[in-house]
Ligand binder design. Structure first.
Ligand SMILES: NC(=O)c1ccc[n+]([C@@H]2O[C@H](COP(=O)([O-])OP(=O)(O)OC[C@H]3O[C@@H](n4cnc5c(N)ncnc54)[C@H](O)[C@@H]3O)[C@@H](O)[C@H]2O)c1
Ligand SMILES: [Zn+2]
Length: 236
């Protein structure tokens, strides 16, 4: 199989690797579409030890949508042809491999595959390209959930407002999750007009960070008017 191999700063090669052997409890998946994570960019641009635990000479990539192509003889949970999302933390049965499951390779072996643990079904209405964003959306969604004030298990105080710093994939994912969880207002801040315009198109309130935040009393007042009781912003 072809595999994207990380070889150091600004050095990646597509190499031929043997197709993994499928053990009796394993599932072999073929990648359909993978997106590039900011951590992949970091390790590519700056060298080893700057992103996930990507090793020189090893496979990498972790934001992927795949299809089951082979199942071990004990596997009854999955069928060949099924489209699935491999959850990077458990895909390799090793959380240290979360950034190196082989999203940039043709195939990934999932040892001891388990449904809703290492592999998740993806609704066919979601395109492959969109589904490759599931992983970064889980990150943004988790950040949003942790940023909200819960009112008991799984319940969030209604009418809260949120501000997200950074209008990249993760920031947008967090903003979408905030809306989904019932936030009243969601503001997205960035330096980039291009990114803020995209955020605006998605229905969020953009804020340009061209000058340091809250530099004047006018800034502070306009934030107060916008957010009213956003305690974190008021420093309470
Ligand atoms: N925990 C995880 O698993 C995980 C996974 C992926 C990314 N991340 C982290 O999440 C962050 C965002 O990732 P991304 O892929 O969306 O990155 P990104 O580079 O695509 O987007 C970041 C955005 O933040 C903006 N920005 C930078 N400094 C800012 C500031 N002071 N105020 C407002 N905006 C600012 C940039 O202009 C950029 O548009 C990164 O720190 C990344 O390392 C964490
Ligand atoms: Zn990622």
């Amino acid at each position: 199989m072809k595999a994207g191999i990380y070889l150091g700063k600004e050095h990646i090669e597509i190499r031929e690797l043997p197709l993994p052997e499928v053990g009796k409890d394993d599932v072999l998946i073929q990648n359909l579409y993978s997106s590039v994570c900011g951590t992949d960019v970091a390790v590519f641009s700056h060298g080893p030890n700057t992103g996930h635990k990507v090793t020189v000479g090893g496979e990498f990539g972790h934001e992927t949508i795949s299809r089951v192509v082979k199942v071990g003889k004990n596997v009854t949970d999955f069928t060949v042809g099924e489209r699935i999302y491999p959850y990077p933390r458990y895909a390799k049965d090793d959380t240290k491999r979360a950034g190196t499951i082989g999203g940039f390779s043709e195939y990934i072996l999932i040892p001891n595959a388990r449904r809703n643990y290492s592999l998740y079904t993806v609704d066919e209405r979601i395109s492959d390209k969109l589904a490759s964003l599931i992983e970064p959306f889980t990150v943004g969604c988790r950040a949003a959930r942790r940023g909200m004030i819960p009112w008991g298990e799984g319940k969030y105080v209604s009418g809260q407002n949120a501000v997200v710093f950074g209008s990249g994939t993760i920031g947008i994912a967090a903003a979408v999750a905030f809306k989904y969880f019932g936030m009243k207002k969601v503001m997205v801040c960035d330096f980039s007009d291009f990114r803020l315009n995209l955020a605006k198109k998605l229905g969020f309130d953009p804020a340009v960070m061209a000058s340091p935040f809250i530099t004047t009393i006018v800034d502070a007042l306009s934030l107060l008017i916008y957010f009213r009781f956003a305690t974190a912003l008021l420093g309470l």
